[in-house]
Design a protein around this ligand. Sequence first.
Ligand code: M6R
Length: 610
Amino acid sequence: MCGIVGNITNKPIKDLLINGLTELEYRGYDSVGIATIGSDNKISIIKNKGKIKDFANKYQNKSLQGNLGIGHTRWATHGIPSETNAHPIYDSDKKLAVVHNGIIENYLEIKKDLIKEGFEFFTDTDTECIANLISSFLKKDYTMIDSITKTSERIIGHAAVLVISEYFPSTIFGFKKGFAGSILVSKNNGEISISSDMQALGFDVGDYVVLEDNEIFLANSNKVEIYTDKKLISKEWKKINEKSELVTKGKYKYFMEKEIHEQPNLFSDNFSGRIDFVNKSISFIDEINKIDLRKFKRIHLIGMGSSYNACLLGSYWIEKIAKIPTVCSNSSEFRYRDPVIEEGTLIIPVSQSGETADTLSASHLMKQSGYDQLSIVNAKNTELDRITNNSIYMRANKEIGVASTKTFMSTLQILFTIALYLAQNSNSKLINNKLFDDYKNIPNYMNNILDNSELIKKISKKYSEYSNFLYLGRGYNYPIAMEGALKLKELSYIHAEGYPAGEMKHGPISLIEDKMPVFAIITDGVYLNKMISNIREIDSRNGNIIVLSNCPDKLDKSWYSDLINFDYTDDNFSPFLSTVCIQLFSIYIAMERNLDIDQPRNLAKSVTVE
Ligand code: M6R
Protein backbone atom coordinates (compact mmCIF):
# COMPACT_ATOMS: atom_id res chain seq x y z
CA MET A 1 0.00 0.00 0.00
CA CYS A 2 1.09 3.65 0.00
CA GLY A 3 4.80 4.31 0.54
CA ILE A 4 6.54 7.44 1.72
CA VAL A 5 10.07 8.73 1.12
CA GLY A 6 11.84 11.98 1.92
CA ASN A 7 15.42 13.18 1.42
CA ILE A 8 17.71 16.04 2.26
CA THR A 9 20.85 15.43 0.27
CA ASN A 10 23.75 16.68 -1.82
CA LYS A 11 23.02 14.07 -4.48
CA PRO A 12 20.58 14.58 -7.39
CA ILE A 13 17.27 14.75 -5.52
CA LYS A 14 14.97 13.46 -8.25
CA ASP A 15 16.94 10.25 -8.79
CA LEU A 16 17.25 9.64 -5.07
CA LEU A 17 13.51 9.97 -4.47
CA ILE A 18 12.70 7.73 -7.42
CA ASN A 19 15.19 5.11 -6.17
CA GLY A 20 13.55 5.20 -2.73
CA LEU A 21 10.10 4.81 -4.23
CA THR A 22 11.30 1.91 -6.36
CA GLU A 23 12.37 0.14 -3.16
CA LEU A 24 8.79 0.55 -1.90
CA GLU A 25 7.23 -0.65 -5.16
CA TYR A 26 6.64 -4.16 -3.75
CA ARG A 27 4.01 -2.73 -1.38
CA GLY A 28 1.53 -2.17 -4.25
CA TYR A 29 0.35 1.22 -5.59
CA ASP A 30 -1.41 2.85 -8.49
CA SER A 31 0.17 6.30 -8.84
CA VAL A 32 3.44 8.04 -8.06
CA GLY A 33 4.64 11.54 -7.32
CA ILE A 34 7.47 13.64 -5.90
CA ALA A 35 7.79 17.22 -4.68
CA THR A 36 11.04 19.18 -4.30
CA ILE A 37 12.01 22.65 -3.19
CA GLY A 38 14.48 24.41 -5.48
CA SER A 39 16.96 27.22 -4.81
CA ASP A 40 14.15 29.73 -5.54
CA ASN A 41 12.38 28.24 -2.47
CA LYS A 42 9.41 27.19 -4.63
CA ILE A 43 7.80 23.76 -4.52
CA SER A 44 7.71 21.73 -7.76
CA ILE A 45 5.51 18.65 -8.00
CA ILE A 46 5.54 15.97 -10.68
CA LYS A 47 3.16 13.03 -10.52
CA ASN A 48 1.45 10.42 -12.64
CA LYS A 49 -1.05 7.59 -12.62
CA GLY A 50 0.50 4.13 -13.03
CA LYS A 51 3.87 2.59 -12.38
CA ILE A 52 7.19 4.18 -11.42
CA LYS A 53 8.81 3.31 -14.74
CA ASP A 54 6.08 5.20 -16.64
CA PHE A 55 6.49 8.13 -14.26
CA ALA A 56 10.26 8.13 -14.74
CA ASN A 57 9.87 7.97 -18.54
CA LYS A 58 7.31 10.75 -18.61
CA TYR A 59 9.53 13.10 -16.62
CA GLN A 60 12.94 11.93 -17.81
CA ASN A 61 13.75 15.36 -19.26
CA LYS A 62 12.31 17.30 -16.37
CA SER A 63 15.11 18.51 -14.13
CA LEU A 64 14.33 19.23 -10.51
CA GLN A 65 16.77 21.43 -8.62
CA GLY A 66 17.33 21.61 -4.90
CA ASN A 67 18.41 19.24 -2.22
CA LEU A 68 15.16 18.48 -0.43
CA GLY A 69 12.12 16.49 -1.49
CA ILE A 70 9.37 14.04 -0.60
CA GLY A 71 7.81 11.24 -2.63
CA HIS A 72 4.88 8.86 -2.53
CA THR A 73 3.44 5.74 -4.08
CA ARG A 74 -0.35 5.95 -3.69
CA TRP A 75 -2.82 3.09 -3.37
CA ALA A 76 -6.15 4.80 -4.02
CA THR A 77 -8.64 5.05 -1.18
CA HIS A 78 -10.46 8.36 -1.73
CA GLY A 79 -10.70 9.18 -5.42
CA ILE A 80 -9.66 7.17 -8.45
CA PRO A 81 -5.99 6.62 -9.31
CA SER A 82 -5.21 9.72 -11.40
CA GLU A 83 -2.56 12.37 -11.79
CA THR A 84 -4.73 14.83 -9.85
CA ASN A 85 -5.30 12.52 -6.90
CA ALA A 86 -1.71 11.29 -6.78
CA HIS A 87 0.41 12.68 -3.93
CA PRO A 88 2.12 15.04 -3.11
CA ILE A 89 -0.92 17.24 -2.60
CA TYR A 90 -0.72 21.01 -2.29
CA ASP A 91 -2.66 23.19 0.12
CA SER A 92 -4.91 25.61 -1.69
CA ASP A 93 -2.23 28.35 -1.79
CA LYS A 94 0.37 25.92 -3.15
CA LYS A 95 2.71 26.97 -0.34
CA LEU A 96 3.02 23.53 1.19
CA ALA A 97 2.76 19.94 0.01
CA VAL A 98 2.06 16.70 1.84
CA VAL A 99 2.28 12.96 1.27
CA HIS A 100 0.06 10.74 3.38
CA ASN A 101 -0.50 7.09 4.20
CA GLY A 102 -3.76 6.20 5.94
CA ILE A 103 -7.35 7.36 5.98
CA ILE A 104 -8.92 10.47 7.50
CA GLU A 105 -12.37 9.37 8.60
CA ASN A 106 -13.77 12.87 9.28
CA TYR A 107 -12.38 14.47 6.12
CA LEU A 108 -15.77 15.59 4.77
CA GLU A 109 -16.58 17.51 7.92
CA ILE A 110 -13.09 19.12 7.92
CA LYS A 111 -13.41 19.93 4.22
CA LYS A 112 -16.76 21.67 4.80
CA ASP A 113 -15.27 23.81 7.58
CA LEU A 114 -12.22 24.72 5.50
CA ILE A 115 -14.35 25.65 2.48
CA LYS A 116 -16.23 28.05 4.76
CA GLU A 117 -12.85 29.57 5.68
CA GLY A 118 -12.13 30.13 1.98
CA PHE A 119 -9.94 27.10 1.20
CA GLU A 120 -10.29 25.49 -2.20
CA PHE A 121 -10.09 21.76 -2.95
CA PHE A 122 -8.88 20.36 -6.24
CA THR A 123 -8.66 16.61 -5.59
CA ASP A 124 -10.98 13.85 -4.33
CA THR A 125 -8.52 12.84 -1.64
CA ASP A 126 -8.92 12.96 2.12
CA THR A 127 -5.25 14.04 2.18
CA GLU A 128 -6.02 17.49 0.85
CA CYS A 129 -7.72 18.38 4.13
CA ILE A 130 -4.42 17.68 5.95
CA ALA A 131 -2.58 20.14 3.67
CA ASN A 132 -5.29 22.78 4.06
CA LEU A 133 -5.68 22.25 7.81
CA ILE A 134 -1.95 22.82 8.41
CA SER A 135 -2.15 25.86 6.16
CA SER A 136 -5.19 27.21 8.04
CA PHE A 137 -3.33 27.04 11.37
CA LEU A 138 -0.19 28.63 9.87
CA LYS A 139 -2.36 31.51 8.66
CA LYS A 140 -3.53 31.94 12.23
CA ASP A 141 0.13 32.40 13.17
CA TYR A 142 0.70 29.09 14.83
CA THR A 143 4.21 27.71 14.46
CA MET A 144 4.65 24.77 12.11
CA ILE A 145 4.95 22.29 15.00
CA ASP A 146 1.82 23.72 16.62
CA SER A 147 -0.05 23.71 13.30
CA ILE A 148 0.83 20.07 12.77
CA THR A 149 -0.10 19.22 16.36
CA LYS A 150 -3.49 20.88 15.94
CA THR A 151 -4.02 19.13 12.61
CA SER A 152 -3.22 15.78 14.13
CA GLU A 153 -5.62 16.46 16.98
CA ARG A 154 -8.42 17.44 14.59
CA ILE A 155 -8.27 14.43 12.31
CA ILE A 156 -9.88 11.12 13.16
CA GLY A 157 -8.25 8.08 11.63
CA HIS A 158 -4.74 6.94 10.86
CA ALA A 159 -2.04 9.02 9.25
CA ALA A 160 1.67 8.89 8.48
CA VAL A 161 2.48 12.22 6.83
CA LEU A 162 5.42 14.22 5.48
CA VAL A 163 5.14 17.96 4.89
CA ILE A 164 7.34 20.44 3.03
CA SER A 165 6.67 24.13 2.84
CA GLU A 166 7.99 27.23 1.13
CA TYR A 167 8.03 28.93 4.53
CA PHE A 168 10.67 26.45 5.76
CA PRO A 169 12.46 25.47 2.56
CA SER A 170 15.28 23.52 4.23
CA THR A 171 13.13 21.37 6.49
CA ILE A 172 10.98 18.28 6.15
CA PHE A 173 8.28 17.86 8.77
CA GLY A 174 6.23 14.79 9.50
CA PHE A 175 3.82 13.25 11.94
CA LYS A 176 2.26 9.98 12.80
CA LYS A 177 -1.17 9.25 14.21
CA GLY A 178 -2.41 5.71 14.80
CA PHE A 179 -1.41 2.90 12.48
CA ALA A 180 -0.84 3.88 8.90
CA GLY A 181 2.56 2.34 8.40
CA SER A 182 5.94 3.26 9.79
CA ILE A 183 8.00 6.42 9.38
CA LEU A 184 11.74 5.91 9.85
CA VAL A 185 13.97 9.00 9.92
CA SER A 186 17.68 8.45 9.41
CA LYS A 187 20.75 10.66 9.33
CA ASN A 188 24.23 10.19 8.00
CA ASN A 189 26.84 12.97 7.60
CA GLY A 190 24.31 15.80 7.28
CA GLU A 191 22.09 13.87 4.88
CA ILE A 192 18.57 12.86 5.87
CA SER A 193 16.57 9.95 4.54
CA ILE A 194 12.98 9.20 5.54
CA SER A 195 11.01 6.16 4.53
CA SER A 196 8.16 3.77 5.26
CA ASP A 197 10.64 0.93 5.60
CA MET A 198 14.25 0.16 6.33
CA GLN A 199 15.01 -1.08 2.81
CA ALA A 200 14.16 2.25 1.21
CA LEU A 201 16.31 4.37 3.55
CA GLY A 202 19.15 4.01 1.11
CA PHE A 203 21.77 4.29 3.88
CA ASP A 204 23.79 1.25 4.80
CA VAL A 205 25.31 3.15 7.71
CA GLY A 206 24.10 5.93 9.99
CA ASP A 207 21.48 6.19 12.70
CA TYR A 208 17.74 6.00 12.55
CA VAL A 209 14.79 6.68 14.75
CA VAL A 210 11.24 5.37 14.45
CA LEU A 211 8.34 7.76 14.82
CA GLU A 212 5.67 6.59 17.29
CA ASP A 213 1.98 7.39 17.54
CA ASN A 214 1.37 11.13 18.15
CA GLU A 215 4.94 12.16 17.43
CA ILE A 216 6.00 14.98 15.11
CA PHE A 217 9.46 15.48 13.65
CA LEU A 218 11.35 18.21 11.87
CA ALA A 219 14.52 17.36 9.98
CA ASN A 220 17.10 19.51 8.22
CA SER A 221 20.76 19.02 7.49
CA ASN A 222 21.73 20.28 10.98
CA LYS A 223 19.29 18.49 13.23
CA VAL A 224 16.37 16.17 13.69
CA GLU A 225 13.90 17.07 16.44
CA ILE A 226 10.99 15.01 17.69
CA TYR A 227 8.02 16.44 19.52
CA THR A 228 5.03 15.06 21.29
CA ASP A 229 2.35 17.28 22.84
CA LYS A 230 4.38 20.25 21.53
CA LYS A 231 7.32 19.23 23.76
CA LEU A 232 10.75 18.35 22.40
CA ILE A 233 11.59 14.79 23.41
CA SER A 234 14.73 12.74 23.15
CA LYS A 235 14.47 9.36 21.53
CA GLU A 236 16.80 6.45 21.16
CA TRP A 237 18.70 6.50 17.86
CA LYS A 238 19.62 3.08 16.58
CA LYS A 239 22.47 2.10 14.29
CA ILE A 240 21.53 1.04 10.80
CA ASN A 241 23.03 -2.40 10.65
CA GLU A 242 21.00 -4.08 7.98
CA LYS A 243 22.66 -3.93 4.59
CA SER A 244 19.95 -3.69 1.99
CA GLU A 245 19.47 -7.05 0.53
CA LEU A 246 19.63 -7.13 -3.28
CA VAL A 247 16.82 -9.38 -4.41
CA THR A 248 16.86 -10.68 -7.98
CA LYS A 249 14.68 -13.14 -9.87
CA GLY A 250 17.63 -15.45 -10.56
CA LYS A 251 16.69 -18.02 -13.17
CA TYR A 252 12.97 -17.42 -12.67
CA LYS A 253 10.67 -15.18 -14.69
CA TYR A 254 8.77 -13.95 -11.64
CA PHE A 255 9.68 -13.23 -8.02
CA MET A 256 6.73 -15.28 -6.83
CA GLU A 257 7.88 -18.30 -8.82
CA LYS A 258 11.30 -17.97 -7.20
CA GLU A 259 9.75 -17.52 -3.77
CA ILE A 260 7.74 -20.74 -4.15
CA HIS A 261 10.94 -22.57 -5.09
CA GLU A 262 12.85 -21.09 -2.14
CA GLN A 263 10.54 -22.82 0.35
CA PRO A 264 12.46 -26.07 0.89
CA ASN A 265 15.62 -24.15 1.83
CA LEU A 266 13.75 -21.70 4.03
CA PHE A 267 12.04 -24.60 5.73
CA SER A 268 15.45 -26.06 6.61
CA ASP A 269 16.68 -22.62 7.76
CA ASN A 270 13.71 -22.35 10.08
CA PHE A 271 14.79 -25.52 11.91
CA SER A 272 17.97 -23.88 13.02
CA GLY A 273 18.06 -23.02 16.70
CA ARG A 274 14.55 -24.39 17.11
CA ILE A 275 14.69 -28.08 16.37
CA ASP A 276 17.53 -30.17 17.73
CA PHE A 277 17.38 -33.30 15.61
CA VAL A 278 20.22 -34.96 17.56
CA ASN A 279 18.74 -34.60 21.03
CA LYS A 280 15.16 -34.66 19.71
CA SER A 281 14.04 -31.47 21.35
CA ILE A 282 12.37 -28.19 20.47
CA SER A 283 13.21 -24.78 21.88
CA PHE A 284 12.93 -21.09 21.12
CA ILE A 285 15.66 -20.29 23.59
CA ASP A 286 17.29 -17.46 21.66
CA GLU A 287 14.00 -16.04 20.46
CA ILE A 288 11.38 -16.04 23.16
CA ASN A 289 13.14 -14.90 26.28
CA LYS A 290 10.76 -12.30 27.65
CA ILE A 291 7.82 -14.62 28.28
CA ASP A 292 7.39 -18.22 29.30
CA LEU A 293 5.05 -19.82 26.78
CA ARG A 294 4.29 -22.64 29.17
CA LYS A 295 2.35 -20.44 31.55
CA PHE A 296 -0.57 -19.73 29.18
CA LYS A 297 -3.87 -21.53 29.48
CA ARG A 298 -5.29 -20.33 26.17
CA ILE A 299 -4.08 -18.93 22.89
CA HIS A 300 -5.81 -16.48 20.57
CA LEU A 301 -4.32 -16.02 17.08
CA ILE A 302 -5.14 -12.98 14.95
CA GLY A 303 -4.34 -12.09 11.33
CA MET A 304 -5.70 -11.12 7.93
CA GLY A 305 -5.70 -12.79 4.51
CA SER A 306 -3.11 -15.53 4.21
CA SER A 307 -1.91 -14.77 7.72
CA TYR A 308 -5.44 -15.48 8.96
CA ASN A 309 -5.49 -18.78 7.05
CA ALA A 310 -2.19 -19.68 8.71
CA CYS A 311 -3.67 -18.77 12.11
CA LEU A 312 -6.64 -21.04 11.46
CA LEU A 313 -4.36 -23.98 10.76
CA GLY A 314 -2.21 -23.02 13.76
CA SER A 315 -5.28 -23.22 15.99
CA TYR A 316 -5.95 -26.77 14.77
CA TRP A 317 -2.34 -27.85 15.38
CA ILE A 318 -1.99 -26.25 18.82
CA GLU A 319 -5.25 -27.75 20.08
CA LYS A 320 -4.63 -31.17 18.59
CA ILE A 321 -0.94 -31.50 19.40
CA ALA A 322 -0.49 -29.39 22.55
CA LYS A 323 -4.08 -29.69 23.86
CA ILE A 324 -4.25 -25.98 24.66
CA PRO A 325 -7.59 -24.31 23.86
CA THR A 326 -6.82 -22.11 20.85
CA VAL A 327 -8.99 -19.94 18.65
CA CYS A 328 -8.29 -17.53 15.87
CA SER A 329 -9.89 -14.31 14.69
CA ASN A 330 -9.86 -12.08 11.70
CA SER A 331 -8.13 -8.98 13.11
CA SER A 332 -10.60 -6.49 11.62
CA GLU A 333 -13.57 -8.27 13.21
CA PHE A 334 -11.77 -8.90 16.48
CA ARG A 335 -10.86 -5.24 16.89
CA TYR A 336 -14.43 -3.93 16.92
CA ARG A 337 -16.41 -6.67 18.59
CA ASP A 338 -15.30 -5.78 22.14
CA PRO A 339 -13.58 -9.15 22.53
CA VAL A 340 -13.83 -10.90 25.87
CA ILE A 341 -10.50 -12.59 26.49
CA GLU A 342 -9.88 -14.85 29.46
CA GLU A 343 -7.00 -14.17 31.78
CA GLY A 344 -3.96 -16.30 31.03
CA THR A 345 -4.47 -15.99 27.27
CA LEU A 346 -1.51 -15.44 24.98
CA ILE A 347 -2.30 -13.31 21.94
CA ILE A 348 -0.39 -14.23 18.78
CA PRO A 349 -0.74 -11.62 16.02
CA VAL A 350 0.59 -12.82 12.66
CA SER A 351 1.69 -10.49 9.88
CA GLN A 352 4.45 -10.91 7.32
CA SER A 353 4.67 -7.15 6.80
CA GLY A 354 4.20 -6.24 10.47
CA GLU A 355 2.27 -3.25 9.13
CA THR A 356 -1.28 -4.52 8.50
CA ALA A 357 -3.48 -1.81 9.99
CA ASP A 358 -6.22 -4.18 11.19
CA THR A 359 -3.75 -6.46 12.95
CA LEU A 360 -1.90 -3.50 14.47
CA SER A 361 -5.15 -2.03 15.83
CA ALA A 362 -6.19 -5.38 17.28
CA SER A 363 -2.78 -5.95 18.83
CA HIS A 364 -2.71 -2.42 20.21
CA LEU A 365 -6.09 -3.00 21.83
CA MET A 366 -4.75 -6.15 23.49
CA LYS A 367 -1.68 -4.24 24.68
CA GLN A 368 -3.88 -1.60 26.28
CA SER A 369 -5.83 -4.38 27.99
CA GLY A 370 -2.61 -5.82 29.40
CA TYR A 371 -2.40 -9.17 27.58
CA ASP A 372 0.91 -10.85 26.78
CA GLN A 373 1.62 -11.08 23.08
CA LEU A 374 4.01 -12.89 20.81
CA SER A 375 3.95 -11.77 17.20
CA ILE A 376 5.07 -13.71 14.16
CA VAL A 377 6.52 -11.33 11.58
CA ASN A 378 8.86 -11.38 8.63
CA ALA A 379 10.11 -7.80 8.48
CA LYS A 380 12.11 -6.62 11.49
CA ASN A 381 11.74 -3.19 13.11
CA THR A 382 8.08 -2.99 12.21
CA GLU A 383 5.20 -1.52 14.11
CA LEU A 384 3.94 -4.95 15.20
CA ASP A 385 7.36 -5.77 16.62
CA ARG A 386 7.20 -2.65 18.70
CA ILE A 387 3.65 -3.15 19.96
CA THR A 388 4.10 -6.74 21.03
CA ASN A 389 7.67 -6.44 22.25
CA ASN A 390 8.10 -10.19 21.57
CA SER A 391 8.50 -11.52 18.05
CA ILE A 392 9.43 -14.69 16.28
CA TYR A 393 10.82 -13.95 12.83
CA MET A 394 9.76 -15.86 9.75
CA ARG A 395 13.34 -15.83 8.34
CA ALA A 396 11.80 -15.74 4.87
CA ASN A 397 14.00 -12.86 3.63
CA LYS A 398 12.30 -10.26 1.53
CA GLU A 399 9.13 -11.41 -0.23
CA ILE A 400 8.51 -9.34 -3.35
CA GLY A 401 5.50 -11.14 -4.86
CA VAL A 402 2.42 -9.41 -3.48
CA ALA A 403 0.72 -12.76 -2.96
CA SER A 404 2.26 -14.44 0.07
CA THR A 405 3.86 -17.81 -0.48
CA LYS A 406 7.10 -18.36 1.43
CA THR A 407 5.98 -16.15 4.33
CA PHE A 408 2.79 -18.24 4.59
CA MET A 409 4.93 -21.37 4.70
CA SER A 410 7.26 -19.93 7.34
CA THR A 411 4.28 -18.92 9.46
CA LEU A 412 2.87 -22.44 9.24
CA GLN A 413 6.20 -23.87 10.26
CA ILE A 414 6.54 -21.56 13.26
CA LEU A 415 3.00 -22.31 14.44
CA PHE A 416 3.59 -26.04 14.05
CA THR A 417 6.86 -25.74 15.98
CA ILE A 418 5.09 -23.79 18.74
CA ALA A 419 2.54 -26.61 18.96
CA LEU A 420 5.35 -29.16 19.28
CA TYR A 421 7.19 -27.01 21.81
CA LEU A 422 4.11 -26.76 24.01
CA ALA A 423 3.41 -30.48 23.64
CA GLN A 424 6.99 -31.32 24.56
CA ASN A 425 6.59 -29.38 27.76
CA SER A 426 3.58 -31.44 28.71
CA ASN A 427 5.51 -34.66 27.98
CA SER A 428 3.32 -35.63 25.07
CA LYS A 429 3.97 -39.09 23.60
CA LEU A 430 3.66 -37.45 20.20
CA ILE A 431 7.14 -36.00 20.52
CA ASN A 432 8.93 -39.16 19.45
CA ASN A 433 11.76 -40.06 17.10
CA LYS A 434 9.45 -40.63 14.16
CA LEU A 435 8.08 -37.12 14.44
CA PHE A 436 11.57 -35.66 14.21
CA ASP A 437 12.42 -37.87 11.21
CA ASP A 438 9.23 -36.90 9.40
CA TYR A 439 9.68 -33.20 10.12
CA LYS A 440 13.25 -33.26 8.82
CA ASN A 441 12.10 -34.84 5.59
CA ILE A 442 9.53 -32.17 4.66
CA PRO A 443 11.97 -30.08 2.54
CA ASN A 444 12.79 -33.21 0.49
CA TYR A 445 9.11 -33.88 -0.12
CA MET A 446 8.64 -30.25 -1.16
CA ASN A 447 11.48 -30.64 -3.64
CA ASN A 448 9.75 -33.71 -5.06
CA ILE A 449 6.71 -31.55 -5.82
CA LEU A 450 8.78 -28.76 -7.32
CA ASP A 451 10.90 -31.16 -9.40
CA ASN A 452 7.77 -32.72 -10.85
CA SER A 453 5.73 -29.58 -11.32
CA GLU A 454 5.17 -30.19 -15.07
CA LEU A 455 2.05 -32.22 -14.30
CA ILE A 456 0.58 -29.39 -12.20
CA LYS A 457 1.38 -27.01 -15.07
CA LYS A 458 -0.41 -29.27 -17.54
CA ILE A 459 -3.49 -29.53 -15.33
CA SER A 460 -3.50 -25.77 -14.70
CA LYS A 461 -3.46 -25.16 -18.44
CA LYS A 462 -6.50 -27.37 -18.87
CA TYR A 463 -8.44 -25.36 -16.27
CA SER A 464 -7.16 -21.87 -17.03
CA GLU A 465 -10.31 -20.77 -18.89
CA TYR A 466 -12.77 -21.58 -16.10
CA SER A 467 -14.39 -18.70 -14.22
CA ASN A 468 -15.32 -20.33 -10.90
CA PHE A 469 -13.67 -22.82 -8.58
CA LEU A 470 -14.61 -24.48 -5.33
CA TYR A 471 -11.80 -25.59 -2.98
CA LEU A 472 -12.68 -28.21 -0.37
CA GLY A 473 -10.70 -29.66 2.50
CA ARG A 474 -11.22 -30.97 6.00
CA GLY A 475 -9.19 -30.71 9.19
CA TYR A 476 -5.67 -29.46 8.59
CA ASN A 477 -6.41 -29.02 4.91
CA TYR A 478 -9.49 -26.86 5.33
CA PRO A 479 -7.30 -23.73 5.89
CA ILE A 480 -5.26 -24.82 2.85
CA ALA A 481 -8.46 -24.99 0.79
CA MET A 482 -9.11 -21.39 1.90
CA GLU A 483 -5.57 -20.41 1.00
CA GLY A 484 -5.85 -22.17 -2.37
CA ALA A 485 -8.98 -20.18 -3.21
CA LEU A 486 -7.34 -16.95 -2.03
CA LYS A 487 -4.22 -17.54 -4.14
CA LEU A 488 -6.32 -18.30 -7.22
CA LYS A 489 -8.44 -15.15 -6.75
CA GLU A 490 -5.44 -12.95 -6.14
CA LEU A 491 -3.31 -14.14 -9.02
CA SER A 492 -5.71 -15.10 -11.76
CA TYR A 493 -8.80 -12.99 -10.92
CA ILE A 494 -10.88 -16.18 -11.03
CA HIS A 495 -13.72 -16.43 -8.57
CA ALA A 496 -12.91 -19.17 -6.06
CA GLU A 497 -14.39 -20.21 -2.72
CA GLY A 498 -12.68 -22.24 -0.02
CA TYR A 499 -14.90 -24.34 2.23
CA PRO A 500 -14.67 -27.01 4.88
CA ALA A 501 -15.94 -29.94 2.82
CA GLY A 502 -18.54 -30.78 5.47
CA GLU A 503 -20.25 -27.49 4.68
CA MET A 504 -20.76 -28.39 1.04
CA LYS A 505 -24.16 -30.01 1.51
CA HIS A 506 -25.34 -26.94 3.41
CA GLY A 507 -25.44 -24.68 0.38
CA PRO A 508 -22.44 -24.66 -1.99
CA ILE A 509 -23.53 -27.97 -3.55
CA SER A 510 -26.14 -26.04 -5.51
CA LEU A 511 -23.26 -24.53 -7.51
CA ILE A 512 -21.98 -27.90 -8.69
CA GLU A 513 -22.01 -28.36 -12.47
CA ASP A 514 -19.39 -29.13 -15.07
CA LYS A 515 -18.35 -25.47 -15.36
CA MET A 516 -17.44 -25.24 -11.69
CA PRO A 517 -14.33 -27.34 -11.07
CA VAL A 518 -13.89 -28.59 -7.53
CA PHE A 519 -10.39 -28.79 -6.09
CA ALA A 520 -10.55 -31.40 -3.31
CA ILE A 521 -7.65 -31.93 -0.90
CA ILE A 522 -7.79 -35.53 0.26
CA THR A 523 -5.19 -36.85 2.67
CA ASP A 524 -4.88 -40.11 4.55
CA GLY A 525 -6.18 -39.81 8.07
CA VAL A 526 -9.40 -39.36 9.98
CA TYR A 527 -11.01 -37.31 7.22
CA LEU A 528 -10.29 -39.67 4.33
CA ASN A 529 -13.67 -41.40 4.15
CA LYS A 530 -15.59 -38.18 4.65
CA MET A 531 -13.71 -36.55 1.78
CA ILE A 532 -14.36 -39.58 -0.40
CA SER A 533 -18.09 -39.21 0.30
CA ASN A 534 -17.87 -35.53 -0.66
CA ILE A 535 -16.26 -36.17 -4.04
CA ARG A 536 -18.69 -39.00 -4.74
CA GLU A 537 -21.57 -36.56 -4.14
CA ILE A 538 -19.97 -34.07 -6.52
CA ASP A 539 -19.33 -36.76 -9.11
CA SER A 540 -23.00 -37.77 -8.96
CA ARG A 541 -23.88 -34.23 -9.98
CA ASN A 542 -21.57 -34.11 -13.00
CA GLY A 543 -18.93 -32.11 -11.13
CA ASN A 544 -15.44 -31.73 -12.49
CA ILE A 545 -13.03 -32.82 -9.75
CA ILE A 546 -9.32 -32.17 -9.34
CA VAL A 547 -8.00 -34.25 -6.48
CA LEU A 548 -4.90 -33.22 -4.54
CA SER A 549 -3.88 -36.21 -2.48
CA ASN A 550 -1.13 -38.07 -0.66
CA CYS A 551 -3.01 -41.39 -0.87
CA PRO A 552 -4.21 -41.86 -4.48
CA ASP A 553 -4.11 -45.64 -3.99
CA LYS A 554 -7.10 -45.27 -1.68
CA LEU A 555 -9.15 -43.50 -4.37
CA ASP A 556 -10.68 -44.92 -7.51
CA LYS A 557 -9.55 -43.22 -10.72
CA SER A 558 -13.14 -43.02 -11.96
CA TRP A 559 -14.03 -40.65 -9.10
CA TYR A 560 -12.08 -37.63 -10.36
CA SER A 561 -10.98 -35.92 -13.58
CA ASP A 562 -7.42 -35.03 -12.59
CA LEU A 563 -4.99 -35.96 -9.86
CA ILE A 564 -2.08 -34.12 -8.30
CA ASN A 565 -0.28 -36.21 -5.75
CA PHE A 566 2.38 -35.56 -3.15
CA ASP A 567 4.41 -37.69 -0.74
CA TYR A 568 2.68 -39.57 2.03
CA THR A 569 3.25 -38.25 5.56
CA ASP A 570 1.43 -38.29 8.84
CA ASP A 571 -1.60 -36.01 8.35
CA ASN A 572 -0.08 -33.41 10.71
CA PHE A 573 2.52 -32.62 8.06
CA SER A 574 0.33 -32.76 4.96
CA PRO A 575 -0.49 -28.99 4.83
CA PHE A 576 3.18 -28.14 4.20
CA LEU A 577 3.00 -30.16 1.00
CA SER A 578 -0.55 -29.42 -0.15
CA THR A 579 0.36 -25.72 0.19
CA VAL A 580 3.15 -25.98 -2.38
CA CYS A 581 0.71 -27.67 -4.80
CA ILE A 582 -2.02 -25.03 -4.48
CA GLN A 583 0.59 -22.29 -4.94
CA LEU A 584 1.89 -23.87 -8.15
CA PHE A 585 -1.62 -24.45 -9.45
CA SER A 586 -2.49 -20.75 -9.01
CA ILE A 587 0.71 -19.32 -10.44
CA TYR A 588 0.54 -21.57 -13.51
CA ILE A 589 -3.08 -20.59 -14.18
CA ALA A 590 -2.15 -16.90 -13.89
CA MET A 591 0.87 -17.43 -16.17
CA GLU A 592 -1.37 -19.13 -18.71
CA ARG A 593 -3.69 -16.11 -18.54
CA ASN A 594 -0.73 -13.78 -19.03
CA LEU A 595 -1.33 -11.76 -15.88
CA ASP A 596 0.89 -9.63 -13.69
CA ILE A 597 2.15 -12.35 -11.34
CA ASP A 598 4.16 -10.23 -8.91
CA GLN A 599 1.81 -7.27 -8.67
CA PRO A 600 -1.75 -8.44 -9.26
CA ARG A 601 -4.29 -5.68 -9.84
CA ASN A 602 -5.62 -3.72 -6.86
CA LEU A 603 -3.54 -5.62 -4.29
CA ALA A 604 -1.01 -4.23 -1.84
CA LYS A 605 1.74 -6.02 0.02
CA SER A 606 1.45 -3.83 3.11
CA VAL A 607 -2.18 -3.04 3.84
CA THR A 608 -1.78 0.07 5.94
CA VAL A 609 -5.43 1.16 6.05
CA GLU A 610 -8.26 -0.54 7.90
O1 M6R B 1 1.36 -8.53 6.01
P1 M6R B 1 0.25 -9.41 6.49
O2 M6R B 1 0.65 -10.81 6.63
O3 M6R B 1 -0.38 -8.89 7.74
O4 M6R B 1 -0.84 -9.32 5.35
C1 M6R B 1 -2.12 -9.83 5.52
C2 M6R B 1 -2.83 -9.93 4.20
O5 M6R B 1 -2.99 -8.66 3.64
C3 M6R B 1 -2.07 -10.82 3.19
O6 M6R B 1 -1.88 -12.10 3.69
C4 M6R B 1 -2.81 -10.89 1.85
O7 M6R B 1 -3.98 -11.62 2.00
C5 M6R B 1 -1.86 -11.46 0.82
N1 M6R B 1 -1.99 -10.76 -0.40
C6 M6R B 1 -2.06 -12.90 0.61
O8 M6R B 1 -1.42 -13.41 -0.49
